[in-house]
Design a protein around this ligand. Sequence first.
Ligand code: GDP
Ligand code: MG
Length: 300
Amino acid sequence: MTDAPPGHRAGYVALVGRPNVGKSTLLNRLLGEKLAIVSPKPQATRHKVLGILTGPGYQALFLDTPGLMEKARDELDRRMVARAEEALKEADVAVLLVEPRPPEAADRELAARVCAAARSAVLAVNKIDAVSADARAGLVETHRATGTFADALALSALTGEGVEDLRQAVVRRLPAGEPLYPADQVTDRDDRFLAAEALREKIYALYGEEIPYDTAVEIEEYREARPDEGKNKDYIRAVIYVNKESQKPILIGKGGQALKQLGAAARQDIEAILERPVFLEVWGVWLFSVDCPGAARALA
Ligand code: GDP
Ligand code: MG
């Protein structure tokens, strides 16, 4: 990591915008990997890096930034906004993602705040796949015309259109610096977290609509491989919690087939992410207490 070629760029990037504007989708698209779609509970750590994008001559570290809303309605909102603004100040580059519609007063205020807090900033109009080709140019123009950002670009995190332009715009704004992480690392989230994410994602992929929202995954134990002791694989033991008794047999399947399939699919993903063999045991499906009907959602 110390022999970075001259001219190498590295820095922190804050991806901000209102909830649902497509931040997670864009991050996944940029990183080209399946990363955490759902953020876990808010992180207390300051420099929590959610994604690492390494390319020829650059490394961009995407900060885990809480959603930025235009108006704080209560104390919690205010704290979130304060945290987001703090992340903006720590970031070398801010990317403000906005919906594909002309900016209203509140959007302009948000844009101004991002620009005020950030060292350098890019405005990106997302979801242009949902806008007619004719309307696109005008749309970007209306954002440019506010004059807050020097430049605005349009993209679709969903289809990938325009994402390369954004990547270049971000890289251009990174300061000179050596890479801070190995080139093949995509996140500094821990392995336990990634394993839970992989399992959760497989639950989404393998079961019908109603199941995933009612489940939570717990990694009960994560033991790293100890080749010196003849243990060549990480050992991961997980359980799944459901809200209703009737969901148990669906998850488990006939003779445990569904659970087996789930475990096998998740194991493949975990091994692909960690690039090493793991032993994954999904050993049970438990029921949340009737006293805690909202627990699954809170844990997810
Ligand atoms: P976040 O809350 O900002 O992280 O937003 P998400 O990435 O979770 O996306 C919110 C919703 O917007 C999801 O349903 C996405 O599929 C959708 N979405 C994200 N990007 C695009 C896009 O470029 N085009 C369209 N049509 N939908 C998108
Ligand atoms: Mg998100």
